[in-house]
Design a protein around this ligand. Structure first.
Ligand SMILES: NC(=O)C1=CN([C@@H]2O[C@H](COP(=O)(O)OP(=O)(O)OC[C@H]3O[C@@H](n4cnc5c(N)ncnc54)[C@H](O)[C@@H]3O)[C@@H](O)[C@H]2O)C=CC1
Ligand SMILES: O=C(CO)COP(=O)(O)O
Length: 319
């Protein structure tokens, strides 16, 4: 089968793309889409634009807001008349603390007749703003919707793959944030490359375990949206989640870190949701548990390390 290359990817008519959220990720996504010749409108809770007039002709509505704003903004959209053609794209990486739902689950419940596409991958927004090359995944139960979104976002500097496991893609981007906090702490404590490799590998194992129990496919976690994003976030000081862990290891309190952090570190809230889910489903998540204890000030990063190293010895189960 012949696939077009990125030079041939022009959609004949420019599409109307609405980005909800004017933070770091919303702005980067807007610049990617507008560089491809599409019409982009950015809405945020602080802008003067009316949500109703912004979305009234949208082909694509992208959520790039922090998780805590998603239920409220989707409830606002529910009161409006959306075009039948509108496809939702969620680029938010978090879990709702009230319901434990993912953003795509919240959107699909409210808008059952609109396709929902998850966009997630190793996409540090600062690098994308610099025009550096990057790849991502767009996943949906509707292959047609995923391919449409792929065409709108693809460019020679942003390579977009489709995937039919939206939950797996969404959970990859969400669960890795907790491991990135641990990786930042590992670097902050200067534990070395061997320790980091062990942490990230066992972290991936935790992601697969809880992800599969929630209904995702195991293999999805070994792709760009799982392992790919895990590697990017666990190895870059540009990651806010990594920064949280790094600075905790340097002795700062969580409150101090969050006050000065630029943007959202979703891993902090995601970690609490995962603890509830892992207890409820009786799934072992030792790294997540230690991150939780450190975030709650019940333990220090150094004590968390000792707890992990002193666990009962066992075979290397995968997944
Ligand atoms: N920055 C990055 O490199 C990437 C971020 N993401 C994800 O995108 C989401 C947004 O991240 P950033 O843009 O970096 O965060 P940010 O903190 O820069 O921007 C967050 C946006 O959400 C809006 N928002 C926050 N609470 C809200 C509420 N209660 N109601 C309505 N709007 C609200 C803010 O006004 C702002 O426009 C997060 O889930 C993040 O994990 C995903 C990939 C890359
Ligand atoms: O998800 C991201 C990169 O893919 C961004 O990570 P942070 O939210 O930790 O900055």
């Amino acid at each position: 089968m012949n696939h077009p290359n990125t030079q041939q990817l022009k959609i004949p008519n420019p599409k109307s793309v609405v980005i909800l959220g004017a933070g770091a990720w919303g702005s980067s996504l807007a610049s990617l889409v507008s560089s491809n010749g599409h019409k982009v409108s950015i809405w945020s809770r602080r802008s003067n634009l009316q949500l109703a007039s912004t979305v009234n002709d949208a082909d694509i509505i992208v959520s790039a807001i922090s998780m805590k704003g998603v239920p409220d903004v989707i409830a606002q959209l529910q009161l409006l008349k959306l075009p039948d053609k509108a496809i939702f794209v969620t680029a938010t990486k978090g879990l709702d603390t009230q319901t434990t739902c993912t953003p795509s689950q919240i959107i699909q419940t409210v808008f059952p007749s609109h396709p929902v596409v998850v966009l997630s991958g190793p996409n540090l927004s600062k690098e994308i703003e610099l025009g550096l090359p990057s790849a991502t995944v767009v996943a949906s139960h509707s292959g047609t919707a995923a391919e449409f979104v792929q065409l709108v976002f693809s460019s020679p500097r942003f390579r977009v793959y489709t995937n039919l496991d939206p939950l797996g893609v969404e959970l990859g981007g969400t669960l890795k944030n907790v491991i990135a906090i641990a990786a930042g702490a590992c670097d902050g404590l200067q534990l070395g490359t061997n320790a980091k490799a062990a942490l990230v590998t066992r972290g991936l194992s935790e992601m697969v375990r809880i992800g599969v129990s929630l209904g995702a496919k195991a293999e999805t976690f070994y792709g760009l949206s799982g392992l790919g994003d895990l590697l990017a976030t666990c190895n870059s000081p540009l990651s806010r989640n990594y920064q949280v862990g790094y600075q905790l290891a340097c002795g700062k309190t969580l409150a101090e870190i969050l006050t000065h952090l630029q943007g959202t570190a979703e891993g902090v809230n995601t970690c609490s949701v995962l603890i509830t889910q892992s207890i409820g489903q009786n799934i072992s998540m030792p790294i997540t548990e230690q991150v939780y204890r450190v975030l709650q000030s019940e333990s220090t990063p150094r004590q968390a390390l000792e707890e992990l190293m002193l666990r009962n010895i066992k075979p290397e189960y995968y997944g």
